[in-house]
Design a protein around this ligand. Structure first.
Ligand SMILES: C[S@@+](CC[C@H](N)C(=O)[O-])C[C@H]1O[C@@H](n2cnc3c(N)ncnc32)[C@H](O)[C@@H]1O
Length: 305
């Protein structure tokens, strides 16, 4: 019934949420795997779930019906979560589980997967341009730059060129069509392997249309503004670009001072905002076996001070 398995659930339940917590904020509700487990494990807790995708939110809302008023949901981008303050909400713990859900690949019908023939959209919230808009309209250099920037695609020049040549004759409207164009652009020896040659390009285009990386820092700052002192925030990332942003922001927020080392007395006015909680977590062997998408996941936790 639910196609997404929540990642690093045990680590989240043991290290992000604690027994005394009364309010938990799930900033990336998805199908509600983490939220349901939190509601079951901590019978006193209430959960607010946020997602920018109204379709997946319907799935989660139905799933959480048995929990009655212990669960409420808000359709919004997590970068705007600070507005919940106006509703008088604050939280003891929170989770951001970045990226997209298996639901998007398997159920959404929006072209996230190159193995299904679907309209080439990939937007999470139906706003702005779709992937079809990008591949049919962007100049070749911009396409190339998206492929490099968001997936370090080494065949970016060849793929961008092929897309531009193809679209002169036919518009690109389907996920399978784009996958075939990309496959035909890469050198023959890179076709037919375990990993489809369109994997990286699809990731890059998805990140681009949803502006995924742009929301991470504002999102983390907004969530921390709603956390009570001592409250914990866990962030799960799925690739190095996301993790780099989270790691360096947490490091910066945990600094007491940013004065150059030679200055005898601190003049920067920097305030330490968080304490980094232990080392980052990766999935353990059991999870890697049972849930292969967890292989690239990393959980980082901070405590608000
Ligand atoms: C990895 S899934 C979450 C899975 C969820 N934890 C579960 O166990 O079912 C990420 C979810 O975050 C949502 N999402 C991604 N970026 C978002 C953003 N900036 N604001 C709100 N939701 C976002 C996606 O729509 C997707 O449903």
């Amino acid at each position: 019934m639910y196609v997404h398995t929540p990642v690093m659930l045990k680590q989240v339940l043991e290290n992000v949420v604690s027994d005394d917590d009364k309010m938990f904020l799930d900033c990336t509700l998805g199908e509600g795997g983490h939220t349901e487990a939190v509601l079951k494990t901590f019978p006193e807790i209430k959960v607010c779930g946020i997602d920018r995708d109204c379709k997946i939110m319907e799935v989660a809302k139905n799933r959480m019906q048995p929990f009655g008023d212990r669960f409420q949901s808000f359709l919004m981008n997590f970068s705007e979560v600070g507005t919940l303050k106006e509703k008088g909400l604050s939280f003891d713990s929170a989770l951001i589980d970045l990226g997209i859900s298996v639901f998007h690949y398997k159920v959404s019908g929006r072209g996230f997967s190159f193995s299904r023939e679907e309209p080439l959209d990939m937007r999470l919230d139906n706003e702005g341009e779709s992937v079809a808009d990008l591949v049919n309209n962007l100049p070749e250099e911009e396409l190339r730059s998206i492929l490099y920037k968001y997936a370090q695609e080494r065949f970016a020049p060849m793929i961008a060129k092929k897309i531009v040549t193809y679209r002169e004759k036919n518009p690109i409207t389907l996920s399978t069509q784009l996958a075939e164009i990309i496959e035909s652009a890469v050198p023959a020896k890179f076709r037919g392997g375990k990993i489809h040659p369109a994997t990286k390009a699809f990731q890059a285009l998805r990140i681009a249309v949803n502006h995924e990386l742009d929301y991470i820092e504002p999102g983390i700052r907004a969530v921390l503004s709603l956390l009570k002192k001592g409250g914990r925030l866990g962030v799960i990332t799925f690739h190095s670009l996301e993790d780099k942003i989270v790691k360096s922001l947490f490091k910066y927020m945990s600094l007491e001072c940013e004065c150059p080392p030679k200055i005898p007395k601190c003049v920067c006015g920097k305030i330490k905002e968080v304490e980094i909680v232990g080392k980052s977590f990766t999935a353990d062997d059991d999870e890697l076996k049972d849930n292969p998408p967890s292989r690239s996941a990393r959980l980082r936790i901070v405590e608000k001070i």
